[in-house]
Design a protein around this ligand. Structure first.
Ligand code: UDP
Ligand code: MN
Length: 254
């Protein structure tokens, strides 16, 4: 059997949430052996996400973990001030480790873990690329870091440095969307998680540092020459007219 791809997605309530999760779930429907771990940034599971998952046709696990108030980006804060989705990704990891321990048989360590934010754009091919991950695999990410793409630079089949516009000296100067980790490695390192206190740009490194060295990274996507995932961001919809109608008691209720 193919190794399962476990996809961990943090998500939070806002106007575009249902649209984002609809697009994502319909991409994932095209991917065989995918298990979607959705972690809501909420004090409980919401009906919107519950309903969407039930109707999705996907294999999934529905979790929630509210971001602590002092960790949460406030309205008006610049988006780089605090990392987002940290506690949710860690909750996904916690669930995986616990669940896999409980699964009987030798098959319970077969798999790959990928962190997929709900607003990015994923080519189907990236899931087939990552499926053969032995430890940590890497590939380019489009439209990120103020660049057309960031990517690991490969020479002689090995990653030798990173093409990035900012602090290339970081241990792993890569976006979350640019790597996958084998389930075996995640289980063998029960302490590995994302450090929400890590300085800006070091979140990915905080997780990967304990798991691999640059030398061990497995380049995918044709030696990291193809962009198969994009760090797209969705514009916040303007609600000017809606608010005007609401003031007259005529707003839409959903
Ligand atoms: N997210 C979250 N809680 C928040 C803000 C974001 O769970 O308060 C999730 C979001 O749904 C996404 C991930 O964390 O899956 C990364 O957030 P975002 O896409 O806003 O980050 P950026 O694109 O700016 O890196
Ligand atoms: Mn995003």
């Amino acid at each position: 059997a193919k190794p399962t791809v476990f996809v961990i997605t943090p998500t939070y309530a806002r106007l575009v949430q249902k649209a984002e999760l609809t697009r994502l779930s319909q991409t994932f429907l095209h991917v065989p052996q995918l298990h979607w771990i959705v972690v809501e940034d909420s004090p409980h599971k919401t009906p919107l996400v519950t309903d969407l998952l039930v109707k999705s046709g996907l294999t999934y696990t529905h979790l929630y973990m509210l971001t602590a108030k002092d960790r949460k980006l406030q309205e008006g804060d610049p988006s780089w001030l605090k990392p987002r989705g940290v506690e949710q990704r860690n909750e996904g990891l916690r669930w995986l480790r616990e669940d896999r321990r409980a699964q009987p048989g030798g098959d319970n360590q077969q798999g790959v873990v990928y962190f997929a934010d709900d607003d990015n754009t994923y080519s189907l091919q990236i899931f087939e690329e990552m499926r053969s991950t032995q430890r940590v695999s890497v590939w380019p990410v489009g439209l990120v870091g103020g660049m057309k793409y960031e990517r690991p630079v490969v020479e002689g089949g090995k990653v030798v440095r990173f093409h990035t516009g900012w602090r290339p000296s970081r241990p792993f100067p890569m976006d979350m969307a640019g790597f996958a980790v084998s389930l075996k490695l995640v289980l063998a390192n029960p302490e590995a998680c994302f450090d929400g206190e890590a300085p800006m740009g070091f979140l990915e490194s905080s997780f990967l540092q304990g798991l691999v060295t640059m030398d061990e990274l497995e380049p995918k996507a044709d030696n990291c020459s193809k962009v198969l995932v994009w760090h797209t961001r969705t514009e916040k919809p303007k609600m000017k007219r809606e608010e005007a109608l609401q003031a007259q008691g005529l707003g839409s209720d959903r």
